[in-house]
Design a binder for this molecule. Sequence first.
Ligand code: KG4
Ligand code: ZN
Length: 349
Amino acid sequence: MNRPVLAIETSCDDTSVSIVDSSGFVHVLLSASQDSEHAPFGGIVPEIAGRNHTLALLPLIEKAMGQWGHGPADLAGIVVTNRPGLIGSLLVGVVTAKTLAQSWNLPLLGVNHLEGHLLAPFLRDEKSAPPAGFTYPYVGLAISGGHTSLYEIRALGDYDVLGATKDDAAGEAFDKFAKMVGLGFPGGARVDQTAKGGDVKAFAFPRGLIHEETFDMSFSGLKSASHRLLTSMTPEEIKARLPDLCASFQEAVVDALLAKLDRAVSAAAWPRAILTGGVSANSRLRERAQAWADKRGITLVIPPLRYCTDNAAMIGYVGALRLARGETADLRLAPSPASHPGDFRRSRP
Ligand code: KG4
Ligand code: ZN
């Protein structure tokens, strides 16, 4: 039997627990969202996130073990996201994982959250599986509220960062725009919904660094341009033109992301790519990315939403693979707000 691990993810504002094995099979995945706790503040409040993890985590672990129907002795280890993320949030997961590993006498391992996102396409369950033959190496674009980065993923532990946003993450840009037009927080999904039926060419928004010879991205110019445009409009005009505003803004983000993905796939010369992170839920991005992939003859994997947004299954999968090759941590395992120096390589300037 391929014994699974118990995985814990608390790096930001979602509390998530999973039981997953090194084949990528997800036995159980349970997550608790804190969106309603942070919405009144218009963004994630780190202290609130940490406190809610302490309330949600143990009941979630108990429920996951109950659903799985086996005991700790059937686990291969305890895996936890220990970097990068909000330190107070990471700490809750790390302390809990250490306590469980110690009391259940199981191996312990800390995993990089972004590595989890990058390997999410291999996750499978009773309802979904990766496309047959999908394998390393591939290009990965991780797009969330905190990260927007482009990678070459060659094998487990062999990752080259091609580029990243120089300022705001794509999800952050969506959330800020949503706030400016009065759609609330987190606003990405609401912008997506409101954009349906809007005219993508109604307003001209900038596409940062789109023609530059770089894999880096930039969304701060888009934010400033949005701010300038919206302050020149009356609240009534904004309301009346909301679908057009959202559609035009969204198109600019999608253009900027796809331009860099296209560039990366051309440079890598591998016909395989993935989109991952919360922003890959965006319906326009999914539609246009698929059309781009079909046209270019590229196998594009966008994992199901439950594996795109922050989840413990992706963390457990990486941890299970690493435990299987003999890696473990001891009780000195510490949370870190940033990735460790050896986690990713940057071979291009
Ligand atoms: O990966 P995620 O769940 O959490 C982290 O930030 O790590 O990503 C959340 C981000 C938020 O910025 C949210 O607004 C954005 O993903 N998002 C979307 C959509 N759904 C979620 N952005 C655009 N369109 C969507 N449909
Ligand atoms: Zn994430």
